[in-house]
Design a protein around this ligand. Structure first.
Ligand code: FPP
Length: 249
């Protein structure tokens, strides 16, 4: 979607294309807390406020899909207390903000193996998914117990099983068909990936789906990531020339 001119609260204007799908690696909660002499859990809780800000900004800009890396398959390696804190965040967020999400027509989704999550987390997200299923606004997608290699392997096994059962032939397996076996089957590939927290890596996030995605990195720690900076990322994206391996037009 092309928007001619957009201005945010600070009166900042930009011109360009709004990404349809934005994926975010929300990194830096722990460091944010440590810098203030607080327990890491305080950083994760503050991370919820940043999620609220960015969801609102995404709604305002007409972004269609926002996929947030909330808990990775590797995050189980953290101390149990921290894992417990992170896995309570979705329900805290949904408990506080579901009415507002409904008012803004936001639809909740999840990607990842949610069966292995604690019952309270699963129940909260499944309730929100069900409650918001008819909403037609922003699709807010939480990656929970998500790992891209696991997702790809899972897809390969499902495809093999379907071929074995005669539901699919080898010739039918192309990129489009493969994509339908991923958790993200219902979404277009991300146009823009934002990673906060200063690291420049993908951390097993959407490896297949990010093949032609534009990347935007910032040193800001996730709880400090502001609406203003989000708009800067969009503005930068709007200036890029996406060629998908072809020649510039
Ligand atoms: C990475 O920071 C962050 C996480 C593993 C948790 C992400 C969760 C949130 C931002 C809040 C989610 C909110 C909702 C609404 C569900 P880190 O702990 O690795 O930070 P560090 O690199 O500074 O240690």
């Amino acid at each position: 979607m092309k928007i001619p001119l957009y201005h945010n609260e600070s009166g900042h204007f930009f011109e360009g294309n709004v990404p349809e799908h934005i994926a975010i690696i929300m990194d830096g909660n722990g460091r944010w807390a440590q810098k203030r002499g607080l327990p890491r859990a305080a950083g994760h809780k503050e991370g919820i406020s940043a999620v609220v800000k960015i969801v609102k900004a995404a709604v305002k800009c007409g972004v269609k899909v926002l996929t947030l890396y909330t808990f990775s398959t590797e995050n189980w390696k953290r101390p149990k207390a921290e894992v417990d804190t992170i896995l309570k965040l979705p329900q805290e967020f949904l408990h506080a903000y579901l009415p507002e999400l409904m008012a803004n027509h936001v639809r909740i989704h999840t990607i990842g193996d949610i069966e292995r999550l604690p019952f309270h987390t699963r129940k909260a997200v499944q309730f929100a998914v069900e409650r918001t299923r008819h909403n037609t606004g922003l699709q807010l997608n939480f990656a929970l117990n998500y790992g891209s290699r696991h997702e790809i392997l899972h897809a390969v096994k499902e495809i093999a099983a379907d071929i074995k059962q005669g539901k699919l032939t080898l010739d039918q397996v192309d990129e489009q068909k493969f994509s339908q076996y991923l958790y993200t089957a219902d979404f277009p590939d991300p146009d823009l990936l934002i990673r906060t927290g200063g690291e420049k890596r993908l951390s097993n996030y959407l490896l297949w789906q990010l093949a032609y995605t534009e990347f935007w990195f910032t040193d800001s720690l996730w709880p400090d990531f502001s609406e203003e900076e989000f708009y800067r990322a969009l503005e930068d994206y709007g200036q890029r020339n996406r060629r998908y391996g072809g020649l510039s037009g």
